[in-house]
Design a protein around this ligand. Structure first.
Ligand SMILES: *[C@@H]1O[C@H](CO)[C@@H](O)[C@H](O)[C@H]1NC(C)=O
Ligand SMILES: *[C@@H]1O[C@H](CO)[C@@H](O)[C@H](O)[C@H]1NC(C)=O
Ligand SMILES: *[C@@H]1O[C@H](CO)[C@@H](O)[C@H](O)[C@H]1NC(C)=O
Ligand SMILES: *[C@@H]1O[C@H](CO)[C@@H](O)[C@H](O)[C@H]1NC(C)=O
Ligand SMILES: *[C@@H]1O[C@H](CO)[C@@H](O)[C@H](O)[C@H]1NC(C)=O
Ligand SMILES: *[C@@H]1O[C@H](CO)[C@@H](O)[C@H](O)[C@H]1NC(C)=O
Length: 411
């Protein structure tokens, strides 16, 4: 009975060896979790052991621990998704390292090393496996920041890249050399307008660059100016447009002031059929949530032909001593008008300039003229006493005065 129970000796021996062998791991993944950057090459290192005396037949990696129809694990190097990118760097003794290049997020998976020996029942799968996680980079930044504030941008990955990873930052595709903060952060102190732009990050010695994040810098209106259209001379009756331009973020609201009084809002202030009443000081105010600012004052210089022309008689000195009458012509125009004097029913001018000495009696008028038009005044009637009669008159008056003095002194 006892004879029947005992198995043949060699079989016992083999079972013992096998049991002992199976109890330890034959495949050792040196780094069981790998975080790799998209587009990079990953070294997946491992070592393996097997009973001495056996000969290794096949070594390969697989990404499933489920056998296929042929009762074997699928060889990754036969997978068209991998075959071009996979290189076995190990050997047929103990090193089972592979390199996978141009990794994408689709490669994030668990991978296993498999070997077979010349003994049918001694073949192994390193069940523990190696987990590969492929990450891209994302810039985490606020969409907008106010000028003067501090802002921190983070280059995010979905798994932890090695400590030795050195981050590089770009603004509008230009590498930034300054102000790198903690490893994966970029700190912008006291943000300026020039800091606005598209930010992306990368790892030193890697080709992959993150998508860009746009950072907008907000600031109050600056550099406000008013432009006048048409730009040349403005003549009464023209249509004139004032436009306000300012630099601000977000765009500013504009309002218009004429001689200090609010007259309208919007970027443009239009005046149709302009008149001299519009010759005033204008300014524009730009406002956004970060502040407000006024433009310099612009003065509209409106040209117009002479108007409201009139002649006045200046009663200068002693009327009785003069032999002429002074006339003055006033008119309103821009630019100032040239004045000509006419005697009624005579075609040629008898004088020029604002005032005129009439030496003879008659009806006189003035005419004001600038490049925009002319206007003539009503005529005034002037009576000039002849020289002799004036002289006589003054003599008589002097005699009378003398008499008065004489009388007074006698009293
Ligand atoms: C395995 O081989 C790779 C590539 O040749 C090498 O870099 C690595 O150091 C080797 N590993 C061991 C444990 O020998
Ligand atoms: C920005 O950071 C600097 C240095 O850390 C600090 O002195 C300053 O107060 C910060 N400014 C703002 C607006 O937070
Ligand atoms: C202000 O604006 C003008 C024209 O838009 C520009 O030429 C000038 O450089 C600006 N000045 C500043 C300080 O931004
Ligand atoms: C322009 O204004 C003047 C004076 O205010 C007026 O007499 C004239 O009719 C106006 N012309 C138009 C086209 O409105
Ligand atoms: C015309 O001129 C006079 C005196 O200079 C002034 O009183 C009057 O208001 C003016 N009229 C107009 C329409 O400008
Ligand atoms: C000037 O001519 C007008 C007609 O053109 C006439 O009515 C007027 O009496 C004349 N005046 C003088 C002072 O001759």
């Amino acid at each position: 009975m006892s004879v029947r129970m005992a198995p043949p000796l060699p079989l016992i021996f083999l079972l013992v060896i096998h049991r002992a062998y199976s109890q330890k791991e034959h495949v050792n993944y040196i780094q069981p979790h790998i975080c790799a950057l998209k587009d990079s090459s990953v070294l997946m290192s491992c070592t393996y052991t097997y009973p001495t005396g056996l000969q290794i037949m096949k070594v390969f990696w697989t990404k499933t621990n489920v056998k296929n129809a042929k009762n074997e694990f699928p060889d990754l190097s036969k997978d068209p998704e991998y075959s071009q990118r996979l290189r076995y760097l190990g050997d047929k003794q103990q090193n089972c390292t592979i390199r996978l290049s141009h990794v994408t997020q689709k490669d994030s998976h668990k991978y296993y090393f498999r070997f077979t020996t010349d003994k049918d029942n001694v073949k192994w799968l390193g069940k523990q496996g190696l987990t590969l996680t492929v990450t891209d980079l994302q810039v985490e930044a606020p969409e907008r920041v106010t000028e003067g504030h501090n802002v921190s941008l983070t280059c995010k990955s979905s798994c932890t890249l090695t400590d030795r990873a050195t981050f590089i930052w770009y603004r509008n595709s230009q590498p930034l050399t300054e102000r790198r903060d903690r490893n994966n952060q970029l700190l912008l102190l006291s943000v300026r307008r020039e800091d606005a732009g598209r930010y992306s990050c990368a790892l030193h010695e890697h080709t992959y660059i993150s998508p860009a994040a746009h950072l907008s810098v907000m600031y109050p209106p600056k550099n406000i100016s008013v432009s006048i259209s048409p730009s040349g001379e403005i003549v009464e009756g023209d249509s004139v447009t004032l436009s306000c331009s300012s630099d601000s973020n977000p765009p500013a609201e504009n309002s218009w002031f004429k001689g200090g009084m609010f007259v309208g809002s919007g970027r443009i202030y239009s005046i149709s059929n302009i008149s001299s009443d519009h010759s005033e000081e204008y300014k524009c105010k730009s406002t956004n949530e970060h502040g407000e600012k006024y433009s310099d004052v612009v003065t509209l210089n409106i040209m117009y032909p002479p108007k409201n022309i009139s002649v006045s008689i200046i009663q200068s000195g002693q009327f009785w001593e003069g032999d002429s009458v002074t006339l003055s012509c006033s008119s309103d125009s821009n630019p100032p008008a040239e004045i000509s004097w006419f005697k009624e029913n005579q075609s040629s001018a008898v004088g020029s300039g604002q005032s005129f000495n009439a030496l003879q009696s008659g009806r006189f008028y003035c005419e004001a003229n600038n490049q925009h038009g002319s206007q003539r005044s009503d005529a005034v009637t002037v009576t000039v006493k002849g020289k002799s009669s004036l002289f006589t008159l003054s003599k008589v008056k002097q005699v009378n005065l003398f008499r008065c003095f004489t009388l007074l002194s006698l009293l």
